[in-house]
Design a protein around this ligand. Structure first.
Ligand SMILES: C[S@@+](CC[C@H](N)C(=O)[O-])C[C@H]1O[C@@H](n2cnc3c(N)ncnc32)[C@H](O)[C@@H]1O
Length: 259
């Protein structure tokens, strides 16, 4: 046995021990601490997750992480699945990886093998999860796959659900489409248009569009997008008298009032 294989086996044993420690022991520990002991590689996002998940830590949720970690090392890694398991005391944690990781023996963890780009795989997960409350896409990081998975799962995400895409490498630009979001087939154009429309939907009417009618807000962090699902009124009113734009800004109101 080479030195590296031996070291990996020891690490695997470590993960197994951590995974079986009852989560209640960690009730007073922070996500940051849990990240360290599970050797998860999320340090870049840990502050965001702290803020995002504090309110649901003790709720019973169904959480799916795409990309378990460890790449082509079978049955290896899964640090973030263990981190989520110990952080969310009552939730079920689901993981998907294209390589067989098989973490099903840990309580409250279910893992699946398959690609995030396969409808059959995603259907199998959905069948098992039934309700999906949080999705973290940290899988292949291909824009086409990210888009495919998002389009599949968003409609099944619970109202109030959160959809997170990590390590997103997408050129954000002001090139947006005027087509309905549902008919856009190109990932970059879809996400650019979605962000633009959600961020500017306070002005005027929200058109009939499944995504816009069900997204409350989108936050773009450094290489991470967080999409909050929630039903929204189609019609959003601004003011009775909106000022017109001039060279200095939106200040010209008197003409409208004096009419
Ligand atoms: C960055 S790692 C995940 C790290 C893990 N989420 C963590 O925070 O510790 C990415 C994982 O995605 C898996 N992956 C790559 N392509 C995939 C695909 N098409 N579908 C599902 N998983 C994939 C890789 O095998 C790898 O284990």
């Amino acid at each position: 046995m080479t030195n590296i294989v031996f070291k990996e086996k020891i690490k695997n044993l470590y993960f197994i021990v951590i995974g079986f420690i009852p989560s209640i022991i960690f009730i007073f520990f922070s996500l940051n601490f849990l990240m360290k002991i599970t050797r998860s590689v999320k340090s870049h996002y840990i502050k965001n997750y702290n803020d995002l998940f504090r309110g649901i830590r003790f709720k019973k949720k169904n959480i799916l992480e795409i990309g378990i970690g460890g790449h082509d090392l079978e049955h290896y890694k899964g640090g973030s699945l263990l981190m989520w398991k110990h952080y969310f005391l009552f939730s079920n944690i689901y993981g998907l990886d294209i390589i067989n990781k098989n973490f099903n023996f840990f309580p409250r963890i279910n893992s699946f093998v398959g690609s995030q780009n396969s409808k059959e795989t995603l259907n199998k997960i959905l069948e098992k999860m039934k309700t999906v409350d949080v999705i973290i896409d940290d899988g292949s990081h291909y824009n086409q796959h990210i888009f495919f998975t998002f389009k599949f799962f968003f409609q099944h995400l619970s109202n109030d659900g959160i959809y997170i895409i990590e390590d997103i490498k997408m050129p954000f630009s002001d090139i947006v489409s005027d087509q309905p979001l549902e008919s856009i087939s190109e990932p970059e154009l879809f996400f650019n248009t979605l962000i633009h429309r959600v961020n500017s939907s306070n002005f005027g009417e929200i058109p009939e569009d499944y995504f816009l009618n069900n997204i409350k807000k989108v936050i773009c962090n450094d290489s991470q997008i967080v999409i909050f699902k929630n039903k929204r009124d189609k019609k959003k009113t601004s003011y009775n008298f909106s000022p017109e734009k001039t060279k200095e800004g939106y200040i010209k109101l008197s003409d409208k009032i004096n009419k």
